[in-house]
Design a protein around this ligand. Structure first.
Ligand code: AHR
Length: 503
């Protein structure tokens, strides 16, 4: 017996416009993300800048809209000046966040060039761990001021003739975490973030700023941190950050429901922003930047055994399974469902380090399982997010009580009439018959339906078997009398693309 569930697709039930920047990612100076990932002079596919062409191709295809850089924990000890100018003169440094050696061969100018080639936008983070407002402001001047000052002329001398126009800046990284270099109390961080924000915006009034929220909703200071730092910085910032990573630690049914925790996290932080807004009688709304999210747990044990002070050690190299891809799919659905408040999100990270793209040092690059749900969402999940009024049987879980077997959201582009329904069947045992009421969609027809599933939830892709986990075009959705019927295989990610008449 198959499970039965239903949704209703109504173009007027909009949640909010999807900001394309929710399909962002992240490259940190960590492990082989930069060295051996994005950048590897001498690799057969490397271009004149030393950027791996195979990685660039996969990044472009993935549709990543914005990339956060250079960290992460790394940024809290980073001197950005080390990474500019002639490469032979750049210093090697002990990098304390990941106990590695940083060669500084790749820095701000290389990252900007890489972003242009990857057809993505840069999202820069500044160091508020060991440094402060002035160094942060100087980096804004270096990147964005047209010319005629020492720092902007230095950029031009380093090959950046046109200003980089970096629009979004993170005010530090996870400053609430004791593991952070220069960890601060909420009061300390709130003050330094405010002073940094002021001078950064005076340097370039067009920029937008992301204040550090908690590094996870499980932090003891979660809540108090947000309200305190917002109390200081509310009028100076545009977004507050959220970070979360999940792992399969208590069984697959619980793992597949983890995005419900992400849902709660988003709702709580949005409420905190609005509480501070009310308290301050402010006209402005601070939105959310979910600038680190993913599955991360496979590599934890191996990383504990890695020696310190290597250059580009193979750290955080999770090999993602089919079930991880389903969790990532559910997390994408959550992000879309909160399109009214989440305006930026970064899948952490992009290459080699907890990443959808992996490389062999002197060989090929390949797509991990999680590449696919991200690609589908970035490509087809544009326009308005729609509330689909889900009705689904549930299962019980100790953490979440009632978990719907169906996870779903839809997106609608009024300009061209395209609609995409994203759906995960969380059941590990049964297929699901999904009915979608499409009576509100004139002349609705199915364009395509895709499914990512398989018999082995733990199957992974590898250099030797790069297509072990990949989506299939199934085209099994049928519309009759205003009802779309489709069977979602057990443990599957599904994308049903529809076309309706433009209103
Ligand atoms: O993405 C890996 C690390 O996770 C980042 O450096 C840090 O911000 C987070 O704790």
């Amino acid at each position: 017996m198959a499970l039965k569930s239903s949704v209703t697709l109504t173009p007027s039930r909009t949640i909010g416009k999807i900001d394309p920047r929710i399909y962002g990612s992240f490259i940190e100076h960590l492990g082989r993300a930069v060295y051996g990932g994005a950048y590897q002079p001498g690799h057969p596919s490397a271009d004149e800048d030393g950027f791996r062409g195979d990685v660039l191709d996969l990044v472009r295809d993935l549709g990543v809209t914005i990339v956060r850089y250079p960290g992460g924990n790394f940024v809290s000890g980073y001197r950005w000046e080390d990474g500019i100018g002639p490469k032979a003169q750049r210093p090697r440094r002990m990098e304390l966040a990941w106990r590695s050696i940083e060669t500084n061969e790749f820095g701000t100018d290389e990252f900007m060039r890489w972003c242009q080639k990857a057809k993505t936008l840069p999202l820069m983070a500044v160091n508020l761990g060991t440094r402060g407002p002035e160094e942060a402001r100087q980096l804004v001047e270096y990147c964005n001021f047209p010319g005629g000052t020492a720092l902007s002329d230095l950029r031009i001398a380093n090959g950046g003739h046109d200003p980089y126009g970096v629009k979004v800046w993170c005010l530090g990284n996870e400053m609430d975490g004791p593991w952070q270099i220069g960890h601060k109390t909420a009061e300390e961080y709130g003050r330094t973030a405010t002073e940094s924000a002021k001078v950064m915006k005076w340097t370039d009034p067009s920029i937008e700023l992301v204040l550090c929220g908690s590094s996870g909703s499980g932090m003891a200071t979660f809540g108090a941190w947000e309200t305190t730092v917002l109390d200081h910085a509310y009028e100076h910032v545009d977004y507050i950050s959220l970070h979360t990573y999940y792992g399969n630690r208590t069984g697959t049914p619980n793992f597949l429901a983890k995005n419900l925790d992400m849902d709660r996290f988003i709702t709580s932080v949005a409420a905190m922003c609005d509480a501070v807004k009310g308290k301050k009688h402010s006209q402005k709304t601070v939105n959310l930047s979910f600038d680190e999210w993913n599955v991360w747990f496979h590599s934890n044990e191996a990383d504990n055994k890695l020696p310190s002070w290597m250059i580009a050690p193979p750290m955080l190299e999770d090999h993602y399974t089919l079930e991880d891809a389903l969790v990532v799919g559910c997390m994408l659905i959550t992000l879309i469902r909160h399109a009214d408040r989440v305006k930026i999100a970064c899948l952490a990270q992009l290459v080699n380090v907890i990443a959808p793209i992996m490389t062999e040092p002197n060989g090929v690059a390949w797509k991990q399982s999680i590449y696919y749900p991200f690609l589908h969402a970035a490509r087809f999940g544009q326009g308005q997010a729609l509330d689909v009024e889900m009705r689904s049987p549930v299962y019980t879980d100790r953490e979440f009580d009632q978990v719907p077997y169906l996870e779903s959201v839809a997106t609608y582009q009024p300009e061209d009439g395209s609609i995409t329904l994203f759906a995960v069947n969380r059941s590990l045992d049964e297929a699901m018959q999904l009915e979608a009421d499409v009576r509100d969609l004139p002349s609705c027809r199915v364009v395509e339906s895709l499914t990512l599933t398989g018999d082995d939830l733990l199957a992974v892709n590898s250099a030797q078997d790069p297509d072990r986990v990949h989506p299939q075009v199934v085209n099994n959705a049928v519309i009759e009398d205003g009802i779309l019927r489709v069977t979602l295989p057990k443990a599957s990610w599904n994308v049903i693309r529809l076309q309706t008449a433009v209103r």
